[in-house]
Design a protein. Structure first.
Length: 266
């Protein structure tokens, strides 16, 4: 392990990554600097790293030279490893006495399959640790200059998925969703943006309400489009496939809080 990371881990009193364990770690959205200290410790300690397409590969460069690195995500919409095969591989590698890191973009338990993977490990008797990460619905908004909550705009927020297991828009209770919170954050929703807008407007949301689409959140090629709820579908057409959507008055704070643009040299 890198001696500097070893010293940091000791100074912080971080737990040892023991042989035979699986750690499910959230790498955060986009920017590799958003991984937690415990997550970085796991990267530097692991014997095998199973990572997905949302993980910045700069993090993999901090692994031990002998560490196995296995891509298990999606590229061009094609999954390279089924969920069943992935869970079996995690258990097999740990059963052989390896330190196994499952490195996931965002947070393992927020609209990912970390819960399913942890269940399989529990059922097979493999010890595991969950290391939370910054989820895109918080970190991605922050990198766009949009606070997920603000005392002047909203005292609550709802996180929803726009992509069900069948690839279609989940059957949310739109009447309840429309009324429950001033701020709504949708994951995996770009393709369903128009349908989401129509459903919310039909349920009583203001068609002129501010909305934003954040593509490639917290990455060097981040793209933010500010629009209205009524125009959300059209605006989404030019957004990257990897996008999150936020709807609510706090979107209006971006004009003042877009710190990423302010720090960029002219």
């Amino acid at each position: 392990m890198n001696s500097n990371l070893t010293a940091i881990a000791a100074r912080l009193g971080l737990p040892d990554f023991l042989p035979g364990w699986v750690w499910l770690v959230g790498a955060g959205p986009g920017d590799p600097g958003l991984i937690t200290a415990l997550g970085l410790h796991a990267v530097a300690s692991a014997d095998f790293i199973l990572y997905d397409s949302l993980v910045d590969e700069a993090l993999l460069g901090l692994a031990k030279p002998a560490a196995g690195q296995i891509f298990v995500g999606k590229r061009a919409g094609v999954r390279s490893c089924s969920q069943e095969d992935l869970s079996q591989l995690l258990a097999e590698l740990a059963g052989q006495g390896h330190r196994v890191l499952r490195l996931k973009g965002g947070d393992p338990f927020v609209f990912g399959r970390g819960g399913e993977e942890a269940q399989e490990l529990a059922r097979t008797g493999i010890p595991f640790r969950i290391v939370p990460g910054i989820t895109a619905g918080i970190g991605g908004l922050a990198y766009a200059g949009i606070p997920v909550t603000h005392r002047d705009t909203n005292a609550s927020v709802i996180f929803l998925t726009g992509h069900g297991a069948d690839g279609q828009l989940p059957p949310h209770d739109w009447q309840a969703v429309a009324k429950a919170s001033p701020t709504l954050v949708f994951y995996m929703a770009r393709r369903q943006a128009g349908a989401i807008a129509d459903a919310l407007i039909a349920a009583g949301r203001d068609r002129n309400e501010p909305a934003a689409i954040i593509g490639n959140a917290a990455r060097s090629d981040q793209q933010v489009t500010v629009t209205t709820l009524a125009d959300l579908g059209d605006a989404s057409q030019s957004s990257p496939a990897l996008s999150i959507i936020v709807i609510g008055a706090n979107v209006g704070l971006r004009s003042e809080l877009d710190w990423l643009v302010r720090m960029t040299p002219i």
